[in-house]
Ligand binder design. Sequence first.
Ligand code: 2RA
Length: 330
Amino acid sequence: MKVAVVGATGLVGTKMLQVLTERNFPVTELLPVASAKSVGKEIEFKGKKYKVVSMEDAIAAKPDVALFSAGGGTSLEWAPKFAEAGITVIDNSSAWRMDPNKKLVVPEVNAEVLTKEDKIIANPNCSTIQMVVALQPLHKKYKINRVVVSTYQSVTGTGVKAVEQLMNERKNEDGPMAYKYPIDLNVIPQIDVFLENGYTKEEMKMVNETKKIMQDDSIRLTSTTVRIPVVGGHSESVNVQFENDFDLDEVKQLLSDSAGVTLQDNIQEQVYPMPLWAHEKDDVFVGRLRRDESQPKTLNMWIVSDNLRKGAATNAIQIAEYLVANGLLN
Ligand code: 2RA
């Protein structure tokens, strides 16, 4: 299979190459694509060297699938051109996520919505992906009425510049600032820009994307997203109010049995999900399960996952795997 990776030199693009290799995705030819300044650069993939090509050359080469992680502007301009050439695009940017004519997919939750006609498929926001993987089995069993989520997000969600800022600050060195403030020994309660309603774009992504992926506009959500000085993954404190009451042991068993979920919940042994353990893994890790004693039918959860993997690269590649397995590519 001919695969293009658009944004191949970025944090997520590089992770896509790593995950394609690890999952032995059937790549017969790779087309690494990046901005004009990177064309001609060499990247290594499965022991072979490939030259970065331009968008135009990638389209001309007619890959079967193009994995995009190159920002919303690039996706808006180029994804339609790839699609028009018959190439299926799986896009990690936010450009197409809320488009009513585009599918927004987390395979463990709603892969069945995919059809052969889908030529631009949106990969959800990392903080949304890990939450819906954990919520879906509980929603099916107990029906979710309301979710209150606070996130603690890795600087890798911002990109290389943010990781460099954190590492420089930890060494007490000056360097380029990805954030308005220092991030080391600090937390920043702002991810992306503020909107009219006082929420950030990141917070409203979690609200809106969750309803679309779980196909239930009746779910009420509110979110606070926070940047913390961590690199291994995003953590989320989630409070879920259900329509129907639940049994805590049954919840644990349900999650344990759910695809893509690993339960890490043993407070006697101080075992709970942490970015330290989630880093470089593909599962969504769930723990600290306990009833919210302040109101009925309500559960507290702690959810951690590697935002560059399940939150981006792995989820996109799992969509591609689903398309291949179900004959939905050309
Ligand atoms: C972030 N979820 O963490 C956003 C985009 N990756 O910055």
